[in-house]
Design a protein around this ligand. Structure first.
Ligand code: YK8
Length: 177
């Protein structure tokens, strides 16, 4: 896998979780900017195991000329029971793109880790992997992997820069740095 985001933000851990994992204005705006439409967010629900789960459905716009222009997607998120409110949040997000070629062969796993740094700071890490449910022909596999990495790199670079904007907005007008 790859580590796409690894950065300390001037945003508390609680706030970071709220921005990324609730139906926040931030995530709504970001999805709009990424041309992710028809989004539906299920509420977080506790599991017997002690973890929390929710799933999202949305439509993504695709710029890759080899693929159709849109695909529906499902994202299943698990907030691990080891998470501690305000301290440490570990979210596993599995993304299935339903309408791209070879969609039944692969999915993407994004691990988001939010760690409290101090009262108003946290570190965000996002670790990403392309996973295979069945083994495609070698050339196809490298094609899928290559296309996935470039899409993911672009997405997370954009997410990081939008979080930096949000950080600047949240911190303007004083407060300790
Ligand atoms: C989530 C991974 C692969 C997919 C795409 C597939 C090409 C197929 C290759 C062929 C278009 C928001 C991506 C990038 C679409 C976007 C997905 C996003 C960014 C030719 C076989 C959507 C995070 C996420 C996870 C997986 C990404 C897809 O929050 O290349």
């Amino acid at each position: 896998g790859r580590l796409y985001v690894n950065k300390v933000f001037n945003i508390s851990a609680e706030k970071m979780f709220e921005l990324l994992f609730t139906d926040s204005h931030f995530i709504r705006r970001f999805m709009n900017a990424r041309k992710i439409t028809n989004a539906s967010f299920a509420p977080w629900q506790s599991e017997e195991s002690g973890a929390m789960k929710r799933s999202l459905n949305y439509t993504i716009a695709i710029t890759n000329p080899l693929v159709g222009k849109f695909s529906t997607a499902t994202e299943n998120q698990i907030l691990y029971k080891e998470s501690r409110e305000g301290q440490y949040y570990l979210v596993d997000a599995e993304v299935y793109t339903h309408d791209v070629p070879y969609h039944d062969y692969f999915y993407t796993q994004n691990l988001y880790c939010i760690i409290r740094h101090s009262k108003h700071k946290c570190r965000l890490r996002v670790y990403t992997d392309v996973k295979y449910k069945k083994q495609p022909w070698g050339l196809v596999k490298s094609f899928i992997t290559k296309n996935s990495w470039s899409g993911l790199e672009d997405y997370f670079r954009h997410l990081e820069s939008e979080l930096m904007e949000e950080e600047a907005e949240l911190n303007q007008g004083g407060g300790d740095p």
